[in-house]
Design a binder for this molecule. Structure first.
Ligand code: DX5
Ligand code: ZN
Length: 220
């Protein structure tokens, strides 16, 4: 069942020199989750942050830390991100040879497990693992950078995954990430998404604007 929309600002678009303050500001502005993009310069063509930064940010918000790992190999880092304070750990199927095992490893660390599909990765990848998951993340841009344009073809994928989730009867969140603004947010929600990641659209205009930006993403 599609749940009420939750907004997960991606701190990739925050001011990295004031990251703790920025996390507090989006928390107070009404963010539901804090989305953390971890990149390794190998699986994706950009480098961001590691578990030490997640740990440093943890005291700044009690909200769900939604940690999106764009790193390969991924298994060796799961423990470090769990210990740093991640609540949800999301991996890409291409980041390791044994997706089912990776998912079990996340769950055995006591964390929620997510799988993220790149724009060219078919929904079919989920066929034998969906029921094990707490979250599916559909990438609506190629991972690596904020500020890219939403790829329309991903709406069909969201629709297909919404059907599979509903058929499973499990409380699996369906998240969309990349190019989300007020207009694409509405289309993604109409297609079946119930968690919206937004970097650029949350952080534009400075902290005085964050609450208004988040409201607009909710369609209010
Ligand atoms: C891209 C990241 C996204 C990105 C979204 O690889 O996974 O979370 O920061 O940024 P916007 O909302 O600016 O497209
Ligand atoms: Zn992300």
């Amino acid at each position: 069942m599609q749940q009420p929309v939750r907004i997960a600002p991606s701190i990739l678009s925050a001011d990295f020199a004031r990251l703790g303050e920025e996390v507090r500001a989006i928390d107070e502005a009404g963010a539901d989750w804090i989305h953390v993009d971890v990149m390794d310069g190998h699986f994706v063509p950009n480098l961001t942050i590691g578990p030490a930064v997640v740990k440093a940010l943890r005291p700044h918000s009690a909200k769900t830390f939604d940690v999106h790992l764009m790193i390969s190999p991924v298994d060796t880092f799961l423990g470090a991100f769990a210990e740093a304070g991640a609540d949800i750990i999301t991996v890409h199927p291409e980041a390791g040879p044994h997706l089912h095992r990776t998912v079990q490893q996340i769950k055995s660390l006591g964390k929620k497990a997510g799988v993220s599909l790149n724009p060219a990765t078919p929904a079919k990848m989920l066929d034998y693992v969906l029921e094990e998951l707490d979250l599916v993340l559909v990438m609506s841009v190629n991972p690596g950078f904020g500020g890219q344009s939403f790829i329309d073809s991903q709406l069909r994928k969201i629709e297909a995954i919404r059907k599979s989730i509903d058929k499973s009867g499990k409380p699996i969140d369906l998240e969309v990430d990349g190019g989300i603004d007020a207009e694409t947010a509405k289309r993604a929600v109409d297609a079946g998404a119930d968690v919206l990641v937004a970097g650029t659209a949350t952080f534009r205009g400075g902290s005085g604007q964050y609450a208004e930006n988040i409201r607009r993403l909710r369609g209010q």
